[in-house]
Design a protein around this ligand. Structure first.
Ligand code: PLP
Length: 431
């Protein structure tokens, strides 16, 4: 597969943009080679600047539940654009999207929109601190909540890939209130509580998607709920990735545990830049202008982004549980097929599926936390990624990411990919 234009485009981009990209993982450093520069996309497929076509399991890192350039979402955006791009003043579209999300997520009584998931989690934490009057927060190794300073401590995917536990430029004093616990390990959380004089909140991805796909156990989530209740700390589910992806009602519906606050992003913007944080009204009442905790955004609640979000959520509601079970059965079919190929080629493989999300590790043992994820064979992953890209399959370019099924995929497409997996593993086996 020729990628001459992409190579040239990448070189040109590197002259003016650090690493040639606006988000590090896109540079393909973890897998080598040149990232395809994308010209256009439709449904399940991406097309690069050389005209190569790829089946896309990244789907813009999650937002595109209905695939690329979905006609209903596009139409809603086109209509919104005609009325103006941004007003910096309230619109009814914000109330509409807020109502749609609140109706589907129990415990979310009020919500505020931001322009990214990073802002959503950063603001949720500030609010939890303002509400409780406490400084410390507990986060988990391998969970990523965006790139704000206090959360950039052992944050999975991009950072793990670069072998960087944190980032230069983040003063030690900015993270001194961030306590780190081990995912799926309640004892480590109890230890954090013991060390702290006051924990404002516990934040986690209830289905972690940034150390590869690693769901929390039921016992862990229930234990966190109990600990937070005992300690008067706010429990925050970061559903930026799992919201409207893992199930109709996100992770909280799957576990049947209601957090005090939740953060959203990705799918709720239908491909436009949107994040949100919401929760119990007594907590949300602390937010300015009702309360004293400041948070703002010039483009927050942007009417075009809201229109895309509303169209996306309404389509999800129309699809209902049937949509999610179809997406999940495709993800299961893909992972089952992958497992059979791996067995045939004697390659150790662990797979996970949660709704439309799938994950796999080249690992001998099941993965339940970040440390175990790091035992995976990243060199083999890089080879596999390259071999699949050559065959026109676009997978997330790191072992520590999650794959996404979209509604325009079907069984025959999945079977086509499984055949390519078989070929790729055969080629790798030949050396
Ligand atoms: N939280 C989770 C769970 C995420 O997966 C991400 C991004 O991947 C974020 C927060 C940050 O969102 P954004 O990249 O929109 O800032």
């Amino acid at each position: 597969m020729e990628r001459i234009n992409s190579v040239n485009d990448f070189n040109e981009a590197k002259q003016v943009i650090p690493g040639g990209v606006n988000s590090p993982v896109r540079a393909f450093r973890a897998v080598g080679g040149t990232p395809p520069f994308i010209k256009e996309a439709k449904g399940s497929y991406l097309v690069d600047e050389d005209g190569n076509r790829y089946i896309d399991f990244v789907q813009s890192w999650g937002p595109l539940l209905f695939g690329h350039a979905d006609l209903d979402i596009q139409k809603a955006v086109e209509e919104a654009i005609k009325r103006g791009l941004s007003f910096g003043a309230p619109t009814t579209s914000e109330t509409l999207l807020a109502k749609e999300i609140i109706a589907l997520y129990e415990g979310i009584e009020k919500i505020r929109f931001t322009s990214s998931g990073t802002e959503a989690t950063m603001s949720a934490i500030r609010l939890a601190r303002g509400y409780t009057g406490r400084d410390d927060i507990i986060k988990f190794e391998g969970c990523y909540h965006g790139h704000s300073d206090a959360l950039l401590v052992q944050a999975g995917s991009g950072l793990a890939t670069f072998g960087n536990p944190s980032s230069p430029g983040v003063p030690q004093s900015f993270t001194k209130h961030t306590l780190l616990a081990r995912y799926n390990d309640l004892e480590s959380v109890r230890e954090c509580f013991k060390k702290s004089s006051g924990v404002a909140c516990v934040i986690l991805e209830p289905i972690a998607g940034n150390m590869g796909l690693v769901p929390a156990t039921q016992e862990f989530i229930q234990g966190l709920r109990k600990l937070c209740d005992e300690q008067g700390s706010v429990l925050i589910f970061d559903e930026v990735m799992s919201g409207f992806r893992a199930s109709f009602g996100g992770a909280q519906a799957l576990y049947g545990v209601i957090p005090d606050m939740a953060t959203f992003g990705k799918v709720i913007g239908g491909g436009m830049p949107v994040g949100a944080f919401g929760g119990r009204s007594d907590i949300m009442a602390c937010l300015s202008p009702e309360g004293a905790v400041y948070q703002a955004g010039t483009l927050s609640g942007n009417p075009v982004a809201m229109a895309a979000g509303i169209a996306s959520i309404r389509k999800i509601k129309q699809g209902g549980e049937v949509l999610f079970s179809r997406l999940e059965s495709l993800a299961l079919r893909l992972m089952e097929g992958f497992k059979k190929c791996a067995q045939k080629h004697q390659i150790p493989l662990q797979t996970t599926v949660k709704g439309s999300m799938f994950g796999f590790f080249f690992n001998h043992a099941p993965v339940s936390n970040f440390e175990e994820a790091l035992q995976s064979d990243t060199a083999l992953f890089a080879k596999f990624h390259q071999a699949m890209l050559e065959r026109g399959v676009y997978l997330a370019c790191s072992q520590f990411e999650t794959g996404f099924i979209c509604a325009s995929m079907d069984e025959s497409l999945v079977d086509e990919v499984i055949a390519k997996i078989d070929e790729a593993l055969e080629e790798i086996g030949r050396g």
